[in-house]
Design a protein around this ligand. Sequence first.
Ligand SMILES: Nc1nc2c(ncn2[C@@H]2O[C@H](COP(=O)(O)OP(=O)(O)O)[C@@H](O)[C@H]2O)c(=O)[nH]1
Ligand SMILES: [Mg+2]
Length: 177
Amino acid sequence: MSFLLKLFMNRTKNVAVTFCGLDKAGKTTMVDYLKTGQFNENIHATLGMNKEIIDVPGLTFNVMDLGGQEDFRCIWHEANEKTDVLIYIVDASDFTRFTETKEIFHQIVSTQIKDDVVIMVLLNKADITPRINGGADFITAFGLNKLSNTWTLFTTSSRTGQGIYETFTWLSNRFKG
Ligand SMILES: Nc1nc2c(ncn2[C@@H]2O[C@H](COP(=O)(O)OP(=O)(O)O)[C@@H](O)[C@H]2O)c(=O)[nH]1
Ligand SMILES: [Mg+2]
């Protein structure tokens, strides 16, 4: 293969990304925001998985948005075993499910993803939980400090768009070049 061809082939990388998290955390709303640039409140609960392709300059994200209801969680591993990036969305406004979401997260990390998968935890719905800041307290409580994979944490809202640009700029920079 010629040098030039290689150069051009390298220009677009396919990055596999899965969106996981409990039902109602805001996964599908986030994917929709990435496609349209706005909040859509008429999103239906995801049955099984949605496949989406999102292009940013030089990168193609193959996104699997996985249904969060208990019945569907058993199929997550199929997508997670092949993924480059795990985006795990936490509903920051729902403290009652904190333990449940933490357990599911660590189960995925320890049984479904490879060591080189980049983990991005999004503390979502920041618009209705303005005091959430994703600081040291959350990092320790959620056990992020114990991970051996590369991880990062962002505070986001698909209603106001807060943190979304930062999150995906970080992701895109990570896989470019
Ligand atoms: N206020 C607020 N509501 C959100 C946000 N993201 C999602 N929602 C709402 O949360 C509910 C569940 O969202 P959905 O995307 O279906 O969650 P999924 O089950 O994780 O895919 C919907 O009523 C959304 O409108 C957010 O950032 N802020
Ligand atoms: Mg959904």
